[in-house]
Design a protein around this ligand. Structure first.
Ligand SMILES: [Zn+2]
Ligand SMILES: [Zn+2]
Length: 329
């Protein structure tokens, strides 16, 4: 053993470490920023790709930063607005428009809400619609991707963490896949929450400088307006796949376990009328009775009055009557 050997060995070892970590780093960054690089093989398809989901874990942990950034009325208002606007983009557009085509709109409105929906960090519109259409085809049967019959946690979030569900299955969404701008948003979806967080930082810094009495800051608005708001928004949305197939009442006979749940309907701006929705998925409104509050539908109606959307589809009354359980709701 001489000195040369040690130097040679150390040199090769360092090169290997650098090369190995470089590969891991590159692969991690690519996986976060480009959904097309995800490879799914038969052996690992049911496993979680931990490198890929680091941002998902990071969003949850980052909420703890509220200890350091503090709180203010402004931050809480921004958190609520961020929740409501993005929830509307998910329920009215990702769900009722992209997935079910329950109304029509201009291409520009379609693109704007596809981008706003992407800031909710629930992937892109094509991925979202592809999985959701699959859910309606197989609701609560063996092939359903997120039925609570296969485990509550699985239906809530485990299903989308699995490697096999990362890729966008385009065969069910050819109508959406024809738009290059939607394909772009879908492929690089992580860019949109990053831009949103940067805008919140700029807004918070501006308010801190010019309106110091509001007692807010760039980081405070990022934590409240993005991290906390996104975690709330995400888990409430996931509840439609989990809780809304377990807890609540059933008004209509459907081939699944879907339920109507008042609390979820309020929190999701109308999506909690999930049994109604499974009975008539092509309907723009999900609250069929006057007391079934459906805020997304009210906003869509308002947009119709402004000429931003049109051709709203409503449930077939005869079909609803035939499927009614016990003769009355
Ligand atoms: Zn469902
Ligand atoms: Zn649906």
């Amino acid at each position: 053993m001489n000195l040369n050997f040690h130097i040679n060995f150390t040199h090769k070892y360092l090169l290997w470490v650098f090369y190995f970590h470089r590969q891991t780093f590159d692969s991690m960054i690519n996986k976060w920023f480009d959904n097309k690089v995800i490879q799914v093989d038969e052996i690992n398809k049911d496993k979680i790709d931990w490198l890929r989901i680091i941002p998902f874990i990071f969003i949850h942990i980052s909420c703890v930063a509220v200890i350091w950034v503090g709180t203010s009325t402004t931050a809480v208002i921004i958190c609520m607005l961020s929740y409501l606007i993005r929830m509307f983009a998910i329920t009215a557009f990702y769900h009722r428009y992209f997935s079910h085509k329950t109304f029509k709109t201009h291409k520009i409105i379609q693109t704007i809400f596809a981008a706003i929906g992407a800031t909710a960090t629930q992937r892109g519109p094509i991925w979202w619609a592809a999985h959701h259409r699959h859910h309606h085809l197989h609701a609560d049967d063996e092939a359903d991707t997120h039925s609570p019959r296969h485990g509550f946690i699985h239906s809530h979030m485990h299903w989308f963490l699995k490697l096999k569900n990362f890729r966008t299955e385009t065969k069910r969404v050819k109508d959406l896949n024809q738009y290059p701008e939607l394909r772009f948003i879908d492929r690089y979806d992580i860019i949109f929450p990053i831009i949103f967080a940067i805008l919140l930082f700029v807004l918070g810094s501006f308010l801190n400088t010019f309106y110091p009495s509001l007692n807010t800051s760039g980081w405070q608005l990022v934590v409240w307006g993005y991290f906390i708001s996104t975690v709330l928004l995400s888990h409430v949305t996931y509840c439609i796949n989990s809780l809304a197939h377990v807890f609540g009442s059933r008004s209509y006979e459907t081939d699944d376990d879907s339920r109507n749940n008042f609390v979820l309907a309020i929190l999701t701006l109308g999506e909690g009328w999930h049994n109604n929705h499974h009975c008539s998925p092509g309907s723009v409104k999900q609250g069929f009775k006057w007391w079934q509050i459906d805020i997304s539908f009210y906003v869509i109606k308002l947009m119709e009055k402004c000429g931003l959307v049109w051709d709203l589809k409503y449930p077939n009354k005869r079909l609803l009557k035939n499927k009614l359980i016990g003769g009355k709701v």
